[in-house]
Write a protein that binds this ligand. Structure first.
Ligand code: GDG
Length: 499
């Protein structure tokens, strides 16, 4: 089914949907694709409806003083989801380096990331970084208002009001500024927000000294989407307890400033068919046919539970020595936030742990852990997903987790088993996975044993249910659900829209 947004769509996210790389030879910028879930889902719709994407260019003001930024058109050979987006649809927000560091490494990743993942001990509170956060959010709001001003030159009809869609914890203060100024200037728009990470309980959220301002910032929206109902209820609870808002928990509504803000669970999906195709096309890349492969794929982040996972695997080898030379754990850890000390320390801990476990169990013909610190291509990733007997998706806390979904999409041969933490949003829906508390090492080792010894018919039944659900609730469904909630969905071939 083909669908677009009925009004102009303005997507606002921390980063643009592609990375800009300066080519010294040609003296111009080139696009480098980045294929996260958000880009895959939203870019085709922005392209189809002639929308606008606002985000940080990846360049600092200081760099732009010497190099003029001109957004390039896509390469004719580009097949990525952003290929259809023209340069005039891109608005780059440029920020001063010092301010951006305070905003991004400071407030976003030093405060909100750990706090929203309920790891408050890791959260740093600093007035300076909060002020930078507010300033950068205002710059994003100003760029959005400029885009709205241009759109307003052509009068919109009631059915055609511009739709602003703001993404994630980097931009929680933008909506209220956009709303206030748009009202002052009589600019019409609808504002939606989606949070890709968990929203914590009141007990945790209240630790942030400016918690009331964050809530007010978000309540500038007409609709706020989270992955699961629990995060919606946490948010509603915070609005009631901190701001004294009237709320309706069963209808998921918050009253604020004389308006009713809708709060909605909109679980993100994956481009299921694309992963199936990748799995069909990918050549065999693994050479351990006599061994079962256990797979872990994560950004190297403390929320993903990598240390716990390696220890659980070690426990399996201790308790079930029969698995020696019969199973291998392939862990891909994608470098992330490498300029932050905490992430550098985590990398060192993992390096040591992998070395210790391998040193302890390795035989002349086998090492228990293959550890890739780096990024593999999507083709290779699809082959790993397809050829693994078990996927270990055991975050300590995770908004959703797309790896769990991509694994089941790629399971087109011998069915494997998904082991999933209940602390990932995905754990709420993927009931046929084996659930494991990542903190309970003995239990995790036993669940791993159960997965490795599960009869084929049980694996088949579980995998077929998992795949069916992910195929139905894919990333297009997510995008449509959002547009439908905002009253901005146009279906082009007349198919049924949503149940
Ligand atoms: C945030 C939330 C939420 C990983 N390694 C490679 C690679 N990947 C791709 C995977 C997957 C993505 O990265 C990771 O997605 P996650 O959902 O696991 O995690 P976050 O980056 O933390 O994302 C999360 C998500 O937003 C969406 O709302 O689910 O909870 O934290 O797509 O395929 N891709 C390639 N090579 C790799 O080595 N090509």
């Amino acid at each position: 089914m083909n669908f677009t947004a009925s009004g102009s769509l303005i997507v606002v996210s921390n980063r643009l949907p592609f990375v800009l790389k300066y080519n010294e030879e040609s003296g111009s910028f080139e696009r480098k694709s980045s294929a996260g879930g958000l880009v895959t889902a939203v870019a085709p719709v922005v392209a189809q409806c002639g929308g606008i994407w606002i985000g940080w260019s990846g360049l600092y003001m200081e760099e732009l003083a010497t190099t003029k930024l001109e957004i390039p058109e896509s390469d004719p050979a580009d097949k990525t989801p952003t290929a259809g987006i023209k340069s005039k649809q891109i608005v780059a927000v440029n920020v001063d380096k010092e301010i951006f560091q305070q905003y991004y490494n400071g407030c976003c990743n030093g405060t909100f990331w750990p706090l929203f993942h309920s790891m408050s001990d890791r959260a740093i509170f600093s007035t300076e970084s909060w002020e930078a956060y507010v300033q950068v959010n205002q710059e994003f709001a100003e760029s959005t208002l400029n885009a709205l001003r241009k759109l307003n030159e052509t009068p919109e009809t009631d059915a055609n009001i511009p739709l602003v869609w703001i993404h994630d914890y980097h931009l929680m203060m933008a909506a209220s500024t956009i709303r206030q100024k748009a009202e002052e200037e009589n600019l019409r728009c609808k504002i939606g927000f989606f949070l890709h990470i968990p929203f914590p309980s009141w007990d945790i959220f209240r630790l942030f000294p400016r918690d009331d301002e964050v809530l007010q910032g978000m309540l500038g929206c007409d609709m706020i989407g989270f992955h699961i109902v629990d995060y919606c209820l946490n948010f509603i609870d915070c609005c009631q307890r901190r701001l004294g808002c009237r709320v309706d928990r069963s209808a998921l509504l918050v009253e604020h400033g004389g308006r009713c803000v809708r709060v909605r669970p909109l679980p993100i999906g994956i481009p299921f068919d694309r992963f199936v195709q990748l799995a069909k096309d990918a050549p065999q890349v693994l050479s351990c046919s006599n061994q079962k492969l256990i797979l872990g794929v994560d950004r190297l982040d403390y929320t993903k539970g990598l240390v716990h996972r390696l220890r659980a695997f070690e426990r399996l080898l201790e308790k079930h020595p029969d698995y020696k030379e019969k199973v291998t754990l392939l862990q891909i850890a994608v470098p992330s936030r490498t300029d932050v000390k905490e992430y550098q320390e985590l990398k060192e801990d993992l390096d040591q742990l992998v070395g210790r476990i391998n040193g302890r169990f390795t035989t002349p013909n086998w090492s228990p852990i293959r550890y890739i610190y780096g990024c593999v291509s999507q083709d290779e990733l699809a082959a790993f997903y397809r050829d693994s007997a078990v996927a270990l998706v055991t975050p300590l806390r995770d908004g959703m987790n797309l790896v769990a979904k991509e694994f089941v999409a790629c399971q087109i041969k011998e069915p494997g088993v998904l082991i999933l933490s209940p602390f990932a949003g995905a754990g709420e829906m993927m009931h046929e996975a084996l659930s494991v508390n990542p903190y309970e090492l003995d239990d995790a080792a036993e669940v791993l044993h159960r997965a490795l010894s599960m009869p084929k018919d049980e694996r088949e039944v579980r995998m077929s249910h998992l795949r069916k659900r992910e195929r139905t609730y894919d990333v297009d469904y997510w995008m449509k659900s959002f547009l439908k909630e905002m009253g901005s969905l146009t279906v082009e071939d007349g198919d049924e829209v949503l149940p």
